[in-house]
Design a protein around this ligand. Structure first.
Ligand code: AMP
Ligand code: MN
Ligand code: MN
Length: 344
């Protein structure tokens, strides 16, 4: 496979050049070609940051007939509400009907597009992603499974297009990179990741301010809620052939009692996965009654992406998710039943 030097692996030269041509061929200006950018439902820092970073780059190139969106409730987690480029975001109902180009960011599968899946009928769909489980649903698929974040793929495409980073684009891409590397702690934090972070910081962004805003600020009620959810965690040392699994859950009623929004639960996986006695960590979050968004993490003994795929979801080897049904105890038992078959 031919790859472009400096670009993340797993993408052919033909794909990089097809993606660049799709962008270069766009008619600019307010009456120019319609471009619809989409990230995954319940967007996280990588989904929003990589999409908005690229949106800002397009706008700077004069591609201004441009909208960015995601399926589901049009609500951003508070920490992301001030990201540069949020003025380009529209609710899914206001997405273009017949755009010339659709680009997706951090979307591993069609199911993560919700009702926006209809836009895959566009004449050109370019997928930018880093999930090994990506189903390659675009005409052009820039899928780099070893990239730490989708923002790495965005940076490579910007390089290919000759678009220099500015401070606003860099803030978006930094949020994306810092989110998906767990603030530069996870295994895929390579020299290339730090090199990209260095180029982003060199634009003048403030990593301290950004980290405080994105990772280290939460409402009092969220802290109290976290206390309750962690208190009810269960450790099963015999799970995963003796490697252990720790799990907990949070209900809609828990959120309501503390007057908190669902995204607040997404960081709870971090204290849970720090438990020394368990390789596998699971947080089971109620979305609608009886439906649960399940976060899976492993320290290396289990390929949780295979567990997630077996249960209808997806993700990475050590971080994955799926939608569960039933009681939290039933969801935990289902996960546990899939661990032994997916030991690494
Ligand atoms: P999370 O636990 O929500 O942080 O997700 C961990 C990883 O699993 C991310 O890379 C997600 O993209 C992926 N993931 C989570 N839920 C799903 C799902 N229902 N379907 C496919 N991938 C998912
Ligand atoms: Mn994501
Ligand atoms: Mn990502």
């Amino acid at each position: 496979m031919t790859t472009t030097s400096g670009a993340p692996g797993g993408v052919t030269e033909a794909e990089w050049s097809a993606a660049a041509e799709a962008v270069r061929g766009l008619a600019p200006g307010p009456a120019g070609d319609e471009v619809q950018l989409i990230c995954h439902v319940n967007p996280d820092g990588d989904a929003l940051g990589s999409m908005l970073g690229f949106a800002l780059a397009l706008r700077k190139q004069g591609i201004t007939n441009l909208r960015a969106t995601f399926a589901g409730d049009f609500e951003l987690p508070t920490p992301y509400q001030d990201l540069p480029g949020t003025d380009l975001l529209v609710p899914e109902q206001e997405a273009f009907h017949d755009p010339a180009l659709v680009m997706t960011f951090d979307v591993a599968a069609e199911s993560r597009l919700g009702d926006l899946v209809r836009l895959l009928a566009a004449p050109c769909v370019v997928v930018l992603d880093h999930h090994a489980s990506n189903t390659r649903f675009g005409h052009v698929n820039l899928v780099a499974p070893r990239a730490a974040a989708t923002s790495v793929v965005v940076d490579a495409l910007l390089g290919r297009l000759g678009i220099p980073l500015d401070r606003e684009m860099a803030e978006c891409l930094y949020v994306a990179l810092a989110t998906d590397t767990g603030s530069f702690k996870f295994d895929m934090t390579t020299p290339e990741v730090h090199e990209l972070a260095a180029r982003l910081i060199a634009t003048g962004i403030s990593p301290g301010d950004i980290s405080r805003r994105i990772f280290d600020t939460r409402p009092f009620g969220a802290m109290k809620l976290a206390g309750e959810v962690l208190e009810r965690a269960t450790l099963d040392r015999s799970a995963a052939a003796g490697r252990g699994m720790v799990w907990t859950y949070a209900t809609q009623a828990d959120l309501a009692r503390h007057d908190q929004r669902p995204y607040i639960l997404d960081t709870l996986i971090d204290p849970v996965r720090s438990v020394a006695e368990a390789d596998v960590a699971v947080v089971i979050k109620e979305t609608v009654q009886g439906d649960w968004s399940v976060s899976l993490r492993s320290k290396g003994a289990v390929d949780v992406s295979r567990v997630a795929v077996a249960l209808g979801g997806g993700g990475h080897r050590l971080a994955a998710g799926f939608t569960g049904h039933g009681t939290p105890q039933e969801v935990a038992a289902t996960v546990m039943a899939h661990l032994d078959a997916n030991l690494i």
